[in-house]
Design a protein around this ligand. Sequence first.
Ligand SMILES: NC(=O)c1ccc[n+]([C@@H]2O[C@H](COP(=O)([O-])OP(=O)(O)OC[C@H]3O[C@@H](n4cnc5c(N)ncnc54)[C@H](OP(=O)(O)O)[C@@H]3O)[C@@H](O)[C@H]2O)c1
Length: 280
Amino acid sequence: MLSDTIPNLLLNDERALPLAGLGVYKITGERDMHTAVHAALESGIRLFDTASFYKNEDILGDALSDSGVPRSELYLTTKVWNTAQRLGDIRGSAERSLDRLRTDYLDLYLIHWPVPGCFPQTWKEMVKLKEEGLVRSIGVSNFTIRNLETLAMMSDIVPAVNQIECHLLNHQKELVHYCQQHGIIIQAYAPLARGIYNDRAILKQIGSHYGKTAAQVGLRWLVQQQISVIPKSVRPERIRENADIFDFNLTESEMDSLDQLDENFRAASIPDDMIGVQNF
Ligand SMILES: NC(=O)c1ccc[n+]([C@@H]2O[C@H](COP(=O)([O-])OP(=O)(O)OC[C@H]3O[C@@H](n4cnc5c(N)ncnc54)[C@H](OP(=O)(O)O)[C@@H]3O)[C@@H](O)[C@H]2O)c1
């Protein structure tokens, strides 16, 4: 059973995905991880997003075990990295992630990047992991429409989720529309654009109507479009703030004015081995 304070979205495999979670990229200290996990759980957050690449699955697993919250109430996402795809080591990578996270299943397993020449085979392996129950839902990350069309030609299993950079300064309208048309839930990474839009006057102005911060307005703009968000913070007050976005509604005209902020700005970097491979 997931939290009753954070709403869920329904995935195309009939499972629930929380609309908000905690991203833990760059949280590498045990103490920071404990603080962040504790604050998130207290705020009703149950979804935790990591990756083998982040090298923190073990400290996340420890913090979650120490919390005493039953595994059945948690939602764990991790991702298979590019090297494992090139080695064809999908099962081994998943099993190592499970060990580090101290669990016997993942709620969501994602292909971190569409490594050319590898990702179709990776997808076949992901489907097997799902059939065997090691992972409950499978999805992708950083996939373009072309990548998704390649998968559609070779497999009947449609990714449940595409986790992409998506925020007020980078709407990815075409990709979001394609995914929504094909039953693929969008999960927004870097949903705060790493804090860059917080001083925009329009956000402060809209937020002041509701007693909310610019960050909360930016997150609300996403969840109101049925986009799941995984903001990262190590600060308890910000973690609480980022979870407290379900008691107000932006009006149509506020949504429209926020729609004008798109400037195709990329906050997260692209790994060296993916630069130039495709247009982002
Ligand atoms: N699939 C992928 O390729 C991919 C790529 C990047 C990220 N991700 C996932 O997405 C998660 C989130 O993305 P992100 O960490 O890149 O960026 P983000 O969540 O947009 O921004 C995080 C930054 O914003 C600050 N922050 C957090 N809450 C704030 C608030 N309420 N007000 C002001 N500043 C605030 C944080 O600082 P403090 O920590 O000091 O509060 C941190 O510096 C990651 O942790 C990771 O799980 C996935």
